[in-house]
Design a protein around this ligand. Structure first.
Ligand code: F0G
Length: 482
């Protein structure tokens, strides 16, 4: 599939698109980066974009749009009800997934809210390979519990297993029996499992989960937000998918899961959210919440231009040349880092590269937030903004004790169709410098800790003077370079 170079040493992932609109970037001096991260309470979410060179905080809502998406936005039909734009979005869903029952939501978490409101009652459990932050927040808010059943291989930072997001199927059967099907609100498969490093789930495993759900009479849900990366991995890593058309895979999944929802900020290279189903009974159950929380059924809180862009973007999610760009750039970054000896989650997944901070700063305990500390250090090192995916991203237990993350990761997301390979190389180079100076990196402590989704707004302070020391070392090594 990838284009082969004549000289093997020249082999790099080759983009099958060209850039026609550009945005100016700023790389501010290291002393200013220090001031910026401290002013942001060491929380990369609180940095200003003008102070960032490579924004790798997320792949959500920041993907490069195609010419066809930009063109589609010009013909958006802005009407409150019965918009033609919505008809085009439904047609795109029908093409990609083969289903006609579609509800709009303003983004992925809004779809999760509707799903949770419909199915979760106090005392119920939801079973999933792994939680996502917003998914879990909606479920626990309604008195439900999240039980994670990812196969244990998923939590081993470095393996060569191609599908680390797979469910442990025996545990799934046992857990449904243990709680009884009536107490299971739904089983949720997260494609491209976000919090364990964008690791995919095999088609075989997904289908086995839906079989178990059907046998036991439990609702099966697919979070397809990261499905395009997952489909790429199915095609390239799973023998039975090699000769399947991408569309066949999407259609097969939609015919087997009761409900599929996704963030169009990821799947669709746009913004917004969708909930789809092959059986109208599920969409009927959820429908009433759309006008209540989102907007009328033909826009659901989405801006019509975003709906048009999502419709076209969904069609592009069938195109292997488009959907391979993200995973191939990520694989390139992961290989560079691995060759440098930097501990990174392997194999490379979708979404981004994930630094294994427990190994980068092994002396920092969970309650000094190693993943957040590495994030602050990397911003100082290169103006690169990643995202904490470790203990800070967890919720405290109901009794207030800290819940330590299974993996302390710093995520370097790779927005699709956005960066050039020289920027990716710069990123690898600055991470390597940070890693070589890891003994300088110290911990963080809370200054302001919000109760819900604390990683978004919380503020932390560095313990000691390690950040100033890192800046001094940067000047020593890089002279007057930015
Ligand atoms: N599900 C998954 C697997 C996600 O990765 C996300 C978002 C959502 C649901 C929620 O969708 O943002 O449109 O409300 N992930 C983003 C990220 C925020 O940066 O990983 P949303």
């Amino acid at each position: 599939m990838p284009v082969k170079f004549y000289q093997p040493e020249n082999q790099v992932p080759l983009e099958m698109h060209k850039v026609r609109i550009v945005q100016k970037l700023n790389l501010i001096p290291v002393e200013e980066r220090l001031r910026a991260i401290q002013a942001a309470g060491n929380n990369t979410f609180l940095l200003q974009n003008r102070d960032i060179y490579m924004d790798m905080i997320t792949d959500s809502g920041v993907n490069g749009m195609s010419d066809l998406q930009a063109a589609a936005m010009q013909v958006a039909d802005d009407s409150y009800a019965g918009s033609e734009t919505w008809n085009r979005a439904k047609a795109a869903v029908k093409t990609v997934f083969g289903v006609s029952n579609v509800l709009p939501a303003h983004q992925g978490r809004a779809a999760e809210n509707i799903l949770a409101e419909t199915f979760v009652k106090p005392g119920m459990v939801t079973l999933m390979n792994f939680h996502f932050t917003t998914t879990k927040a909606h479920i626990t808010r309604l008195g439900g519990e999240v039980i994670e059943l990812v196969d244990k291989k998923g939590l081993i930072p470095q393996t060569d297993d191609p599908f680390k997001g797979d469910f442990n199927l025996d545990q799934l059967r046992q857990t449904i029996d243990e709680y009884t099907p009536e107490k299971v609100a739904f089983v949720r498969v997260e494609a491209g499992t976000n919090l364990i490093g964008g690791q995919p789930v095999s088609l075989e495993n997904m289908l086995a989960v839906t079989d178990i759900c059907h046998q036991k009479g439990v609702v099966s849900v697919l979070d397809a937000s990261l499905l395009q990366d997952n489909v790429y991995f199915m095609k390239t890593r799973e023998a039975q998918c090699k000769y399947m058309d991408t569309k066949e895979i999407y259609h097969l999944l939609a015919s087997r899961f009761d409900i599929i929802y996704f963030s169009a900020r990821k799947l669709g290279f746009s913004r917004g959210g969708f909930i789809i189903s092959s059986d109208p009974k599920w969409t009927q159950m959820m429908m009433e919440y759309v006008p209540l929380y989102e907007g009328f059924l033909t826009y659901g809180g989405m801006e019509v231009r975003s709906i048009e862009a999502a419709a076209q973007g969904l069609l592009e999610s069938l195109d292997m040349e488009y959907i391979s760009q993200g995973p191939e750039f990520i694989a390139y970054l992961v290989k560079e880092l691995d060759d440098y000896g930097v501990p990174v989650i392997k194999p490379a997944g979708g979404l981004g590269a994930h630094l294994n901070c427990s190994e980068i700063v092994p002396n920092l305990p969970h309650n000094q937030y190693p993943a957040a500390a590495v994030g602050a250090a990397l911003y100082i090192a290169g103006g690169i903004r990643g995202m904490e995916r470790g203990t800070v991203s967890e919720q405290r237990e109901p009794d207030g004790t800290e819940r330590y993350a299974e993996l302390e990761l710093q995520r370097l997301a790779m927005p699709r169709r956005v960066f050039t390979l020289s920027q990716v190389k710069y990123c690898a180079d600055r991470v390597k410098w940070m890693y070589d100076n890891r003994e300088l990196i110290g911990g963080l402590r809370w200054v302001e800790e919000p109760k819900v989704l604390r990683f978004f707004f919380g503020r932390m302070k560095e313990i000691g003077h390690w950040q100033e020391d890192l800046v001094a070392k940067f000047r020593e090594d890089f002279g007057d370079s930015l």
